[in-house]
Every structure is written in C-alpha cells, then in structure tokens.
Design a protein around this ligand. Structure first.
Ligand SMILES: Cc1cc2nc3c(=O)[nH]c(=O)nc-3n(C[C@H](O)[C@H](O)[C@H](O)COP(=O)(O)OP(=O)(O)OC[C@H]3O[C@@H](n4cnc5c(N)ncnc54)[C@H](O)[C@@H]3O)c2cc1C
Length: 471
C-alpha cells in the first residue's frame, strides 16, 4: 500500500523531534494526547498530534525550526489551569509541555530569581520564602499552575491589590521565537529605558509571540505578619461600595476579596467547612488582609478598617486568630472557582472595572441574569475591581458559538465597557473570548496587534487563533 505524503511527512517530523529530544520525550500515544487535550476552560477538548517535552531552550529552538519550516501549528502549555482556552491545541499539531524545565536559581544579593517556566508557582514562592524573600503574585491556582503560564497570562491573584501582578515582577525573559531563534528580551535590572520594552510585550501575550524558557523575577523581603478578617454584609452592593471606601480612607490591604453568599455556601459544603457561619440575612463577605512588619500598626489598621465598615451595613466581623483559621479562610476563597463550577456555574468571566464602579457592575450583572435567564454568582479580587462572574444556564455546556450564551455574554461585556472596564483582568482572551475583542477595540488597535504577531511569527504557527484571528 502506498503511504500518503502527509503520513510520510508526519513520520519524518516525528523522527526529527526524537533525534532532538530523545525517544522518551516525544509522545503520540492516545493517553498522552488526551492528557493535553483540555485545560480548565469549560468542557472544551482538542487533541494535539504530538506532545513534546523539551529540557532546554536549545532543544526547543531546534524543534521550532522544523515546525516553522513545515508550518506545523504549535501550542505552548503550562499546567493547563487556564480559564480562557489558551493552552488548547485547537488546530492539532505540536503541543509543547514545559514540565521538564523546572529549575530555580535564587540571587540573594540582588533579590532576584531566575526560574524556568515549568516551576509550580507555590513551589517558587516557598523556595524564595526559605531565604526570607517574597514573590507576591499568587493566583488561587498557585498550588498547580506554572510560572510560565502566569507570565503568559500576566496573572494576578489576591495579593495583586497591594503588590501588583506578574508584569510588575518580570525583569527579563529568555524566549524561543516561533522561527527558532533564542533571545533575551531585556536585562536583569530594576530600571530599563533601552528601546521598546520587549519583556512587557511578551508578558500577557498568551503564548502567541514566543515560548518563554527562562524568567528573571524581582523579589521583595517577606513581610513578617499578616492579619485577616472576614466581614459579612447584609447587602451585596454595599459590600461593593465598602471596597472603594477602604482605599479612599488611606488603607492598602494586602488582599481584599469578595465572595457572594451563594458561592460561600457552595464552597463551604464542597470543602466541608463550618468556619464561616452562613446566615440567610447576609448577601456577601469581604475577606480583608493587611501585612507588614509591625504588629501594633497592623492591629490599629485592622481596627480602623473595621470601624469604617460599620457605615456599610456590615454584620459581626470574624477575626482569624491563628494560622489554622487563616488557612481555613483562604482555603474557602481559593476553592470557590472549583466548587461553583462543579455546581453547574460552568461559564466564568473575568470582568474588571474601576473600583468605584463595582456596585454598578454587580447591579448590572444581576439585572442581566434576569433578562437573559441565567443564574449568576460573583466573587473575586474586589480590591482591584476584578470580579469573576460565574453563570449557570440550564442544560448549557459552553461551546464556542452557543447561541444561548453569546447574547448574554455580549451584553455583559458591553456593560463592563460602559463602566470603563475591560473583559479580562487576569485570565486572558485565549480561544473563548476572542469573539468579544471587537467590543473593546476598534479595527485599528486589532490591526496593530496583528502586525506585532506577524513580526514575531511570520508563518502564524504559534498559538494561532488565540486572542484574535490573523487575517
Ligand atoms: C481554580 C482556579 C483558580 C484560579 N485563580 C486564578 C487567580 O486567582 N488569578 C489568575 O490570574 N488566574 C487564576 N486562574 C487561572 C490560571 O490558573 C492562570 O491563568 C495561570 O497563569 C495559568 O497557568 P498554567 O501554567 O496552568 O498555564 P496554561 O493554562 O497551561 O497556559 C496558559 C497560557 O500560557 C501559555 N503558556 C504556558 N506556558 C508558556 C510558556 N512557557 N511560554 C509561552 N506561553 C506559555 C499557553 O499557551 C496558554 O496560552 C485560576 C484557575 C483555576 C483553575
């Protein structure tokens, strides 16, 4: 029987990848392909043709040269915890997993760390903490997501409200370009006004411009103390109003999270916790943390915030006394997404508005829920104006062009834009939000983005069809 050209080429590429990476790090078996066919975005599933696990930038560069020459689609993948479908290999082709690139090299003299993309974020945080140092960005998924994925998404997390997001810590990146060259984007310095900022262009580019193979991060001294309180509110919008009042009064908490009561009930039962008494007269809670090195100052700050919040119809405040109570509260917050997803709130949106517009966003979302017949729960990084909105619609499974869902999401994003916000604060656009980029940008801005993509990736092989479609 004659072997087709396509099949022959596939076998040739496979052999070339094996020659570069070694037999053990090139996968085509069904189980491996299935393991990399999905992320945490709804129920989407796309099989790659080949999974590659390079150990070095040089190996990866050599494989990219082959992919570029033969126009093979390439999808970079971290831990697959993404919520916008960025790591989904929707065009098949090669999937690059960074799990073998996981070294950490701490530079204590300069308060910096050079880390490879396959390091789990919490592992990195613990490694630097052992040296008294602090890497603050802490997505709720930090126990499983990779630092490379965090860079690609410009991730945030609870601490972003005081310490900023990933972009605020990235000093320099080693990147393998889609064409197979290896570059460094900047220098390992705290200030840099030398030419265009390629480092920041790469951060948040969702694996569409290059494959990040080394990351140089700035570190801080680790704060000594953290105090945590949980504040119940009788009214969800009042909780939203209280958020901006805290900052206007001159406080900067190290975390300020909102959890609507339904989400709290669901997650409490999911993790079997009774630490928070849930009563029917409450609509939402704020989790507020302050950190620093002087306990007296922190206590005064907490008391002053608590006093301020009495103006917003809050209930009895719960102060987490010990490490166990703090861990319990954070466990509840960090597992909300997982719990509500399992409860049927499958669609998650990552809206962000100017902080003072939070009450209007909350009100608008509830009205949209009534108009478009969906159930909704809100939670998230309220201190940043970043509200995750989870939607439940009977019989609905997210699909990229589900006619039941698109009008509702469009209305939501138009509301967010009207309030001066944008459609993703930290999860990225990926595959599933690109439909809505036109709400945020005119053709002119989108064409500029496409031009940048063309410059980095002339053959459009790297994570093609993510963020926008190339024309
Ligand atoms: C329960 C839960 C809670 C979450 N909480 C938060 C939160 O608080 N804050 C937050 O910001 N996000 C949160 N997320 C979203 C997600 O964890 C983050 O987006 C995270 O940064 C993704 O990392 P990952 O390693 O899983 O990347 P993946 O999902 O594997 O990939 C994400 C994107 O990065 C690209 N990519 C991965 N590695 C590289 C690389 N080395 N070079 C180039 N591109 C690369 C991929 O192509 C893809 O586009 C949460 C997710 C879950 C499931």
């Amino acid at each position: 029987m004659e072997v087709s050209t396509e099949k022959r080429q596939f076998v040739e590429h496979l052999q070339a990848f094996r020659n570069i990476l070694g037999e053990s790090f090139v996968f085509t078996d069904e189980e491996s392909l299935n393991n990399y066919a999905h992320d945490e975005t709804e129920n989407l599933h796309f099989l790659p043709d080949i999974v590659l696990k390079p150990r070095t930038a040089e190996e990866l560069a050599a494989t990219m040269k082959i992919c570029n020459a033969h126009k093979i689609p390439v999808t970079p993948r971290g831990a697959g915890t993404g919520l916008s479908g960025g790591a989904l290999p929707h065009l098949g082709g090669v999937l690059v997993s960074f799990e073998r690139m996981n070294s950490i090299d701490i530079d204590e003299r300069n308060l910096q760390v050079t880390v490879e993309p396959g390091v789990i974020t919490e592992v990195l945080q613990n490694a630097v903490k052992e040296k008294g140092l602090f890497y603050p960005p802490d997505p709720s998924s930090r126990g499983s997501c990779f630092i490379g994925g965090n860079v690609a998404e410009n991730s945030g997390g609870p601490k972003a409200v005081k310490y900023g997001v990933v972009k605020d810590y990235v000093l320099n990146l080693q990147v393998v370009l889609p064409t197979g060259e290896i570059i460094w984007t900047g220098a390992n310095v705290l200030k840099n006004s030398t030419g265009y900022n390629l480092t920041q262009l790469m951060v948040g580019s969702e694996g569409t411009l290059g494959l990040v193979t080394k990351i140089v991060l700035k570190l801080l001294p680790h704060p000594t103390y953290e105090l945590l309180m949980l504040v119940p509110f009788n009214n969800l919008e009042k909780a939203g109003e209280a958020v901006s009042a805290i900052f206007r009064a001159g406080f900067t908490p190290s975390a300020l999270e909102l959890v609507e009561i339904n989400a709290l009930k669901i997650v409490s039962s999911f993790v079997d916790s009774t630490v928070v008494p849930v009563t029917d007269d409450m609509e939402a809670h704020l989790i507020i943390e302050v950190d620093g090195n002087n306990m007296d100052v922190l206590m005064q700050e907490m008391e002053a915030i608590a006093e301020l919040l009495t103006q917003f119809d809050c209930g009895e405040i719960f102060f987490a006394d010990d490490a166990q109570q703090k861990a319990e509260l954070w466990k509840l917050r960090r597992r909300v997404a997982e719990a509500v997803k399992l409860d049927g709130y499958t669609i998650e949106e990552d809206t962000v508005v100017p902080r003072a517009a939070l009450p209007a966003l909350i009100r608008g979302v509830k009205e949209l829920g009534k108009t478009h017949h969906f159930k909704v729960v809100c939670y998230g990084h309220a201190g940043d104006g970043n509200l995750h909105i989870r939607i439940k619609k009977e019989g609905n499974i997210y699909s990229l062009n589900n006619p039941n869902v698109i009008p509702a999401l469009r209305a939501l994003f138009e509301l967010v834009k009207k309030l001066g916000g944008t459609i993703s604060g930290e999860h990225g656009i990926g595959l599933i939000q690109k439909e809505y980029m036109g709400i945020m940008f005119e053709d002119m801005q989108l064409e500029l983005m496409r031009g940048i993509k063309r410059t980095f990736d002339p053959n459009n092989i790297l994570n093609s069809g993510k963020i926008f479609d190339q024309k």
